[in-house]
Every structure is written in structure tokens, then in C-alpha cells.
Write a new protein. Structure first.
Length: 181
């Protein structure tokens, strides 16, 4: 019904002008369109493609450190430190080194320090080393030898400022110790 007058547009409408063969059309007066996520005010996180988690199979043995910003599932054996967003140690897996991640789920064996915002030891977990966490869940049947320490930011290396007193247990007694500054 109603349409915008072509006379009101600067330079008129390019479709009204005759074109010669081989000539380049004049540039459009409309701005180029943006990706849909940016038009709606979405951040860069919405623009990142979702990456499938990496998986190390049970027959794989790695000697060296592993670092990823994504998720990783360990089913084999790793001798080195692991840093990830979500780290899952499979039931038959063995990790010898420090593990650092936002979320850590241990179903297998870890020999070394565990640092994570959320740490979960399932009933099949076996951890020999200290756990530094913001939140922790230990299922009945999990085997753990070491100290547990809560920190507001367990991912920052060497930060002991926000440390709470550590409670260590042995078969005969329980002792409270305060971390050294």
C-alpha cells in the first residue's frame, strides 16, 4: 500500500539508473548487515561455536602437560599436568600430575593436586593428593588421601590468602591446622 518515495532517498535508487555492461554497480547506501547474534546484543560467548569435548581413549598413554579451554575426558593414562574447563577422569584412567579445571569429576585415579571450582569424587574415585576447591562433593566409597582446602578462587596458583583452616583426618584422630601465609 504505502511505499517510500525514491525521490527522498539520497542518490535515488540504483535500480532506476541504466547500467552499462561490465560496469560495477554503485555502492549501496544501506549499511552491511551484522551477524544475528550481534544485532541482539549478544556477547562474544554467543558467537563462539560449541566445541565437542576432547577424549583420550583407554589405550592412550601421554607423557606431558595438557592444556585446553574446552572439555576433556580422560580414559587412558596421563603423566603430566592437565588444565581444562571441564575435566572428567574416567573409571579406568590414571593421572599423575596436577589437575586444574572449573569443573572436575573424578571416577578413576589421580595422583597429585586437584584444583577446581567444583570438584566431585564419585564412588569409584581414588585421589592421592591435596584438593583445593570452592565446592566439593565426595560420594560414599571414594578413596581420598590428602588435605582438603576451600578457597574462593582455587584456580589462582599459589594464592593462600583466602584459605580456610584445613581439616585432615587419620584413622585415629582429627586435627585442625591453619595454612601458613
Amino acid at each position: 500500500m504505502f511505499s517510500k518515495s525514491k525521490l527522498n532517498q539520497p542518490g535515488g535508487d540504483a535500480s532506476d539508473k541504466p547500467t552499462t555492461p561490465g560496469a560495477t554497480p554503485p555502492p549501496s547506501s544501506t549499511p552491511p548487515s551484522k551477524p544475528a547474534g550481534l544485532e541482539l546484543g549478544a556477547g562474544q560467548a554467543a558467537m563462539k561455536p560449541k566445541v565437542a569435548p576432547s577424549s583420550l581413549s583407554s589405550d592412550l598413554v601421554i607423557k606431558g602437560d595438557i592444556k585446553t579451554s574446552g572439555d576433556i575426558q580422560i580414559e587412558g593414562e596421563v603423566e603430566g599436568n592437565i588444565q581444562a574447563h571441564l575435566l572428567t577422569v574416567g573409571e579406568g584412567a590414571v593421572v599423575r600430575g596436577e589437575v586444574i579445571a572449573d569443573d572436575i569429576v573424578v571416577n578413576g585415579r589421580v595422583i597429585g593436586r586437584v584444583r577446581g571450582l567444583k570438584v566431585r569424587l564419585t564412588s569409584t574415585a581414588r585421589v592421592e593428593g591435596d584438593i583445593i576447591h570452592k565446592t566439593i562433593a565426595i560420594e560414599s566409597g571414594a578413596h581420598f588421601e590428602g588435605a582438603v582446602q576451600r578457597q574462593d578462587d582455587p584456580l589462582s596458583s599459589g594464592s593462600r590468602q583466602n584459605a580456610k583452616p584445613v581439616v585432615t583426618t587419620s584413622p585415629t584422630n582429627t586435627t585442625n591446622t591453619t595454612p601458613k601465609s
